[in-house]
Design a protein around this ligand. Sequence first.
Ligand SMILES: *[C@@H]1O[C@H](CO)[C@@H](O)[C@H](O)[C@H]1NC(C)=O
Ligand SMILES: *[C@@H]1O[C@H](CO)[C@@H](O)[C@H](O)[C@H]1NC(C)=O
Ligand SMILES: *[C@@H]1O[C@H](CO)[C@@H](O)[C@H](O)[C@H]1NC(C)=O
Ligand SMILES: *[C@@H]1O[C@H](CO)[C@@H](O)[C@H](O)[C@H]1NC(C)=O
Length: 413
Amino acid sequence: SDSLRLHNLCLCLAVAALCLMVASATAEKKLSKHAATLADNSANLAFNLYQNMAKEKNLENILISPVVVASSLGLVALGGKSSTASQVKEVLSASKVQDEHLHAGLAELLTEVSNSTARNVTWKISNRLYGPSSVTFADDFVKNSKKHYKVEHSKINFRDKRSAINSINEWASKSTDGKLPEITKDMEKTDGAMIFNAMFFKTHWDEKFHHKMVDNRGFMVSRSFTVSVPMMHRTGLYKFHEDTENKLFVLEMPLAHKMSSMVFIMPYHLEPLERLEKLLTRKQVDAWLSKLEEKAVAVSLPKVSLEVSHNLQKHLGQLGLTEAVDKNKADLSNISGKKDLYLSNVFHASALEWDIEGNPFDASIFGTEKLQNPKLFYADHPFIFMVKDNKTKSILFIGRLVRPKGDKMRDEL
Ligand SMILES: *[C@@H]1O[C@H](CO)[C@@H](O)[C@H](O)[C@H]1NC(C)=O
Ligand SMILES: *[C@@H]1O[C@H](CO)[C@@H](O)[C@H](O)[C@H]1NC(C)=O
Ligand SMILES: *[C@@H]1O[C@H](CO)[C@@H](O)[C@H](O)[C@H]1NC(C)=O
Ligand SMILES: *[C@@H]1O[C@H](CO)[C@@H](O)[C@H](O)[C@H]1NC(C)=O
């Protein structure tokens, strides 16, 4: 029986070794060529869309997920025909990509970057396509859009607008565990197909903040308006760059498993972000990132949750999606089999939570030379940020924090 036990042990080891091989093979699995192209294109879309939105007056915080926007565009391509469909590909700079590769590539990209287990971040994404009650969704469309874009389909009657909007908000709240209680108060165009994205993203830092290193501080929204926010502090070794010519700091903080990272771009002092936004091109960001160097940095960040909902319909129209959003021109007949729909709304709503949690840090470097004379990164005024993916090089989020939630502080002299 000893030999039997030994035999079993060997078998177990062999199985374990096999499992390890399979696991590492999956971990190192490369992105397909089409998914890699689309990842790259979605990074261009990130900057185009951000720039387009930044022109909007009275818009404060911005929070968009370019890869999720790309995936919603894929859904429009799936439902579109002729030039309505080909315009989508132009917006994605993917005119040469075949339909099947477009859909499979976008699906692969989103599955890869939203894998919470592999990346140790929480990223819940829910997508829903609403159509007017008169519409009949074609079976093929339902099947393929579920498969590639994980979208639910629903008909909605807007005769009672209040209750229609309430039911949309209830769906968003439920699918984000209550993080997005309201994604819209009202809606102008209620007669078309509507895409809704509801997301919740929570960072898990590669090195966590200490729970005791949190206190209330002022965040200056403008010269005359300061709000009180909890601020978390830690000193560590981070990739950092100070652009003295443009008077700004760039800081990169890895998220757990180092498969993605949060990049902050912040002016030295309080100022409207317009100046930085004029510099914000993909080329410039790549140039900044290439200059990052590991330094001791004393980081202070607002410990807040940013909840933003944008209607992207108009912005996508301005980026070239002119037909799908036009009632008279749209051909979305692959959705219903009839030319009876246009894209009347694209609601893109996300909650992003900055918290202290993360992997345990190596405390042995505290008090050593390595952390002496740290650079200061004190985020008490508006900044731009991105969540960059390390593997696909796509941008998971891009945005700006201008006004965090918090009570107004008494004016100080
Ligand atoms: C639209 O549907 C038809 C018929 O189901 C299909 O052959 C065609 O490929 C679809 N077009 C697109 C752009 O998906
Ligand atoms: C997510 O990643 C884990 C660990 O790398 C892997 O086992 C799993 O299959 C992935 N899930 C998907 C849906 O790809
Ligand atoms: C991230 O990893 C930590 C342990 O290091 C674990 O407690 C946590 O649940 C993980 N989070 C996710 C979203 O996987
Ligand atoms: C990106 O991944 C590489 C390889 O795993 C790692 O060495 C590097 O630190 C990562 N970068 C960031 C910013 O997390």
